[in-house]
Design a protein. Structure first.
Length: 363
């Protein structure tokens, strides 16, 4: 009898160190499985992968194909994420794997997010080796970023436990489309920072991001805050896609309702990428979004990807004093007191972690 080539290939894949049984799934009839990692909740038949391509069903068992399979690894300032109220001035060892669970046509990291993993060509990184690399580089934390970090959760939970034990903070730069079960697992592993990219209103998600539900993203932002995560929201404002007044107002309103006025809200500039060549976002559009958010009650609105703009800075919501001045991804002046208050009026600023002075540059 001839050997089944598909089965032989699957057996070969299982020998890779980057392939492990997944932690979040449900077994279904006929050896199908229901993935529980993101809210697509793919029903996966034997021998096939889910939407993201990073998980495969082998005879009724779901495996992750990207356990420690890293596509990039580098030390980066936390402000570049952007996190502006989370360990300001620090650096995080930042890494990624492959693929994504959304399909945004303007993806800025498409060379990673649009590539399906191949375990037979993968390189395995042990969690302890990545923690050691962060400590050698004198980084302050670990950040899963670039493509969608939810897909690396099986490995991240082990990495974050190891990193927390060594004094490193742990965070995600995410599209926010994970399940609540995944979010809880991450919290229990030691992760406490979550930056969520909100794509726009429900129509934006349906037309441009793979037909997913915008409500899931806001649910996760709200529940993350309740769990104790530090949350920041970013809206990449894309020309002729989500830059109209109605869409921006919708984002601002949902932000205030779901995560509250003290949660930072960043409006960042889009540049043409992947399959979209619309012109770069007009700075005036970003300024209008910032001012609308501030006028609506958002205490910490920001503009991103416009280096040198005055709306990169953190201002005291009470007296208007400039407290943290930035130029791009660098802090150039930091004026908060040790207990994170405005030195002028003593208003307490929402900030997680200490200011890391090693990156401080004064003018």
């Amino acid at each position: 009898m001839r050997e089944n080539p598909l089965k032989a290939n699957l057996e070969g894949i299982l020998q890779s160190p980057t392939v492990r049984e997944a932690i979040l799934y449900e077994r279904m009839p006929d050896d199908k499985v229901r993935c529980g990692l993101c809210e697509r909740r793919c029903l996966i038949s034997p021998g096939t992968r889910g939407f993201c391509g990073t998980r495969i069903n082998v005879d009724g068992t779901l495996y992750t194909l990207v356990y420690g399979d890293l596509s990039s690894l580098e030390s980066r300032p936390i402000e570049i994420k952007p996190f502006f109220h989370y360990w300001p001035g620090s650096t995080a060892l930042t890494y990624s794997t492959w693929s994504c669970n959304l399909d945004c046509i303007w993806c800025q990291n498409w060379t990673l997010s649009k590539v399906r993993p191949n375990p037979q060509r993968s390189r395995y990184y042990a969690p302890e080796s990545v923690v050691e690399a962060a400590l050698r580089a004198k980084d302050d934390g670990l950040c899963s970023s670039f493509q969608e970090p939810t897909l690396l959760t099986d490995w991240n939970v082990e990495l974050f436990k190891e990193g927390r034990a060594k004094g490193l903070y742990c965070c995600y730069v995410s599209n926010g489309y994970m399940t609540l079960e995944a979010l809880k697992v991450l919290w229990d592993s030691g992760m406490d920072g979550l930056k969520i990219d909100v794509k726009g209103d429900p129509e934006t998600y349906r037309r441009y991001c793979g037909g997913v539900d915008a409500e899931v993203v806001w649910r996760n932002a709200r529940e993350a805050k309740k769990m104790g995560f530090h949350v920041e929201i970013v809206n990449l404002v894309v020309t002729d896609v989500n830059d109209d007044e109605g869409c921006l107002s919708w984002v601002i309103e949902r932000h205030l309702r779901e995560v509250g006025p003290e949660t930072p809200l960043h409006f960042t500039r889009y540049y043409p990428a992947y399959r979209l060549d619309n012109p770069s976002t007009r700075v005036e559009t970003l300024e209008r979004a910032y001012e609308a958010a501030r006028d609506a009650g958002v205490l910490y609105p920001y503009i991103g990807n416009v280096h040198g703009h005055k709306y990169e800075h953190t201002y005291c919501p009470n007296c208007g004093e400039a407290l943290i001045k930035r130029f791009g991804y660098r802090i150039v002046r930091y004026r908060l007191t040790e207990d994170k208050r405005c030195p002028k009026c003593k208003y307490r600023i929402n900030l997680r972690g200490r200011h890391v002075k090693k990156r401080r540059i004064l003018f």
